[in-house]
Design a protein around this ligand. Structure first.
Ligand code: GDP
Length: 198
């Protein structure tokens, strides 16, 4: 699948302000600087649809993009500056947790992970809680172009082992680079398949 048209649709500062749940949507989340905006732009074949390098402390918004008039791509706020605290809500904020627990049309939440960095507690906490709550997730490793083959396979093996300590099987996994385009087609094909089940 190739995206023909990608347009900004709406920013929401509260989950209940998000667009009507009348078509499938796919959300992207990860710690700040993980490469989320770059990947969204790559998938949409646009230079600056999603704003890169968001400033810490900036107003947190959920951004909906209309894709081909058929589905929404959702850019969720990065969670890198949060501290792990007692509840999911206090760690990731009301905006993110309300969004995830309420959107009935969320077909898949893509959790972005920087392939260069060892597993972070906050990522693991987030992924585990999504799985516990029955949220369909897929893992998206970013910036794979920054690693050589050996580093890449070593890092990915470590992730896999760590995750399999918690889970019986891995969710769908994608390896991507916004620089060389790795993984974009696989991601879009995955989305296309899910769209056909809507
Ligand atoms: P965000 O904060 O998650 O939206 O991250 P950005 O998309 O703004 O990316 C953060 C930094 O990483 C920027 O300097 C990007 O140019 C760089 N970056 C993002 N994706 C890639 C990638 O796939 N490869 C390389 N080499 N750099 C990337």
């Amino acid at each position: 699948m190739r995206i023909q048209s990608a347009q900004f649709y709406k920013s929401s500062s509260k989950a209940n302000q998000c667009p009507k749940e009348d078509r499938p949507e796919y959300a992207f989340i990860g710690r700040s600087n993980v490469g989320k905006s770059s990947l969204i732009n790559k998938l949409c074949d646009r230079k600056s649809l999603a704003k890169t390098s968001s400033t810490p402390g900036k107003t947190q918004l959920i951004n909906h993009f209309d894709i081909d008039g058929k589905w929404y791509l959702v850019d969720l706020p990065g969670f890198g500056y949060a501290k792990v605290s007692k509840t999911l809500r206090s760690t990731f904020g009301a905006l993110i947790t309300d969004y995830i627990s309420s959107r009935k049309n969320l077909m898949c939440l893509f959790v972005l992970i920087d392939s260069r960095i060892p597993m972070q507690e906050i990522d693991l906490l987030f992924m585990n809680s999504m799985i516990e709550n029955g949220v369909p997730i897929a893992l998206v490793f970013t910036k794979t172009d920054k690693l050589n083959k050996t580093q890449f396979s070593t890092n990915m093996k470590k992730y896999e082992e760590k995750l399999l300590e918690y889970w019986e099987e891995l969710p769908p996994v994608f390896y991507t680079s916004s620089k060389n385009g790795l993984g974009s087609e696989a991601l879009l094909t995955f989305i296309d398949d899910l769209n056909s089940k809507w």
